[in-house]
Design a protein around this ligand. Structure first.
Ligand code: ATP
Length: 654
């Protein structure tokens, strides 16, 4: 999909629709871990509450023990428990402070464990779910090359979420406890001076609110540029061979430099504002501290200043200064919380956006199980366009539009009926739609119009896993995972034992070369199987299919990557494999399919001819011409035909 409703990709479109992402993720993933969160919150309250004990006890002790300005009294401690002797009062205070410090440390430890179990647990589930979701998205999503973007969501964005739940939740509790505790203590100690100190709080909140509003779009942009960078790097790595053979390193350097520059600019945009915010917060809190110091100092020194009334003792003044300092530190950290929050919100949007992309190809409500497959495959008047599932329009609507405009339709009214056990070849010029025919049978895409059935069941009604496991697919692009040869043959049939793997390799004419490798079946094939030749990879893929033992065989240019001798070997193994199964063979080289039961010739998305090799030669149509060119009997195809192939779309009549 090139564009949908003005958004660059489908992922962008769904991301923009996400509302309150963090709340949504919290509701989806936190309930199972609410116990840990509760422990974390309670121990946070206790841990940070214990920090207030020292200044309050210190102020009381100064007034009662050192200056004698007031009686010895501690909040929440019954008077009967308190000693009467100043020396004992001093030691009692020391014990309370020591107990508070020790208790604080224990609560901090429990808090750390609980909040981390919660945050990492949420991150783990979000990541796994997002990955599971991503795997089930249909091929249209991946055709748009969103891999780097998805990588960035699964790695960076889930980490941001973890940081938020870990640090921000803990720090928010700390700030709440400290602000509420200190506010109460200050108002209790001297409400008039408390109003001066606390005057900073609404200013800090207002400043922070403004900051949140202006920084949010910058964070979104920052995350987007990181996704773009990942995509670019991922593309460069996958295409490294092409880059080297085309000597385009400098060109690729420039492309990465450009997106890196975007990341740099987006980071700077965020940082410039953050750097402005932090000193701003410190200035406001500093002003409150200074005002408290000047007014409180004057008050102790020469009685109540300005319109203040009453008494302020030295101990109370010390309590004020200590508490005000403890208030200003955490308040200045509101910025971190805002940072984490904004970051997590942008990441949450991206995660939810991925989760919201609809899985268009999946099981119907009550899917039909394919237990005993006969292998009757029927394409009934099948029409297909790749962008038939555009966002915001039903596939039927958009296909009709495409058909009307003659634009994008790759197959039109294709009828192919393959009886159980029959081998049908699909041939035709490049871009005619042969591979598309194969992909529709596997339901990598759904037909736009018409129907495709296996054993009389529409493939859309059949359980997807049953459908796909009944089809053995060997494609022109053989993919191997980084692992051993045995693991790659066993992929999908994980319970197969070594004998079965060897038997499959023998049937695929691969055993000989595997035995010749240094570690035989335990040889690692490298990423994507780069350590093997094209023909070897192809034979591993065939061995995998032999092991799968499917009822239907789908061979898409299975011998494309090999020389004549290997082709002969592969052909021999494929013939054995195809002998008693329904087989659809897609081939360029007509010599490989001339013995097929029937040959269907596709031209420009339509069935041009069908019949046996001999019948088609006798008809002297497109097949006969293609055969003539490949057999070296005629020089070239007719010009009209070449023009049509070059245009690559249905609808341009010859
Ligand atoms: N994922 C895709 N998204 C959009 N268009 C596609 C996609 N894959 C193929 N097409 C288009 O569909 C048409 C048919 O492609 P297809 O691969 O089925 O042809 P083919 O006959 O198998 O060609 P070849 O013999 O070259 O492999 C082409 O015009 C191609 O550009």
């Amino acid at each position: 999909m090139s564009s949908s409703e003005g958004f660059e990709t489908e992922l962008d479109a769904y991301r923009e629709r996400v509302e309150r992402p963090l709340w949504r993720l919290f509701r989806a993933y936190a309930p199972g871990k609410v116990g840990w969160l509760t422990v974390a919150l309670l121990t946070s309250i206790l841990a940070y509450g214990s920090l207030l004990v020292t200044p309050i006890v210190l102020g009381t002790t100064i007034d009662a023990v050192f200056t004698g300005e007031s009686a010895y009294a501690l909040p929440f401690v019954p008077g009967a428990w308190l000693p009467a002797e100043p020396a004992m009062q001093f030691w009692f205070s020391a014990a309370v402070v020591g107990g508070a410090l020790l208790g604080g440390a224990v609560f901090q430890y429990v808090r750390g464990v609980a909040i981390n179990v919660f945050a990492h647990g949420v991150m783990y589930e979000v990541r796994v779910d997002a990955y599971e979701k991503m795997q089930r998205l249909d091929m249209t999503f991946f055709d748009n090359k969103e891999t780097g973007e998805v990588m960035s969501i699964l790695n960076n964005d889930t980490s941001n979420l973890e940081t938020f739940f870990d640090n921000a939740v803990g720090d928010s509790v700390r700030i709440c406890v400290i602000v509420v505790g200190i506010t109460t203590a200050l108002l209790y100690t001297n409400w008039q001076l408390a109003l001066v100190t606390l005057g900073a709080v609404p200013l800090l909140v207002a400043f922070t609110w403004w900051f949140m509003r202006v920084i949010e779009p910058r964070y979104t942009r920052q995350r987007e540029t990181i996704g773009d960078l990942n995509t670019r790097i991922e593309n460069g790595l996958s295409g490294i061979e092409l880059v080297k053979t085309s000597s385009t390193e400098t060109y690729e350097d420039d492309r990465v430099r450009r997106v890196s520059r975007d990341v740099y600019d987006a980071n700077m945009d965020v940082l410039k504002l953050s750097y402005f915010y932090r000193p701003g917060m410190q200035l406001i809190t500093g002003a409150a501290l200074l005002a408290t110091f000047v007014l409180g100092g004057l008050w102790v020194f020469s009685g109540p200043p300005l319109f203040f009334t009453g008494e302020l003792t030295t101990g109370q003044f010390v309590v004020f200064m200590l508490l005000t300092q403890r208030l200003t530190g955490p308040m200045a950290q509101l910025s971190n919380i805002v940072d984490w929050y904004e970051n997590a919100k942008a990441s949450g949007k991206r995660i939810c956006g991925l989760i919201d992309v609809p899985v268009r190809i999946g099981d119907a409500a009550n899917p039909i199980a394919l237990d005993d497959v006969d292998g009757h495959v029927e394409y009934d008047d099948v029409t297909f366009a790749y962008d038939g599932g555009e966002l915001g329009s039903t596939s039927e609507e958009s296909t009709r539009e495409h058909r009307d405009s003659g634009d994008g339709t790759v197959l039109e009214a294709v009828d192919i009926d393959v009886s159980p056990g029959e081998t049908v070849a699909i041939v035709g010029p490049t871009g005619a739609g042969k591979s598309t025919v194969a992909k529709l049978l596997l339901r990598l895409y759904d037909v736009s119009e018409g129907a495709l059935s296996v054993d009389g069941h529409d493939v859309r009604d059949v359980r997807l896993s049953d459908l796909r496991s009944s089809i053995g697919y060997v494609s022109q692009d053989t993919f191997l995972f980084d692992g051993t040869i045995a693991e790659n043959i066993r992929y999908g049939c994980f319970d197969a034992d070594r004998d079965a793997v060897v038997a499959a390799a023998e049937a695929a004419e691969a055993h000989g070369f595997i035995e010749g490798l240094s570690e035989g079946y335990d040889t690692r094939v490298g990423e994507r199987g780069v350590k093997l030749s094209g023909g070897q990879r192809q034979r591993i893929a065939i061995a995998r299919t032999v092991l799968q033992d499917p009822e239907i065989l789908l061979l898409d240019e299975a011998t494309s990557a090999v020389d004549t001798e290997t082709e002969y070997l592969i052909q021999r193994s494929l013939d054995r494999l195809a002998a008693d199964r329904t087989t659809l063979v897609i081939a360029h080289r007509l010599s490989t399919v001339k013995d097929a039961d029937r040959i269907v010739v596709l031209d420009d998305g339509r069935v041009a001819e069908r019949g046996t090799h001999e019948e088609l030669l006798a008809a002297d149509g497109l097949y006969a011409k293609l055969w003539g060119v490949q057999a070296g009997e005629i020089e070239d195809l007719p010009e009209t035909f070449l023009e049509r192939t070059a245009s690559g779309t249905v609808g341009s009549e010859p």
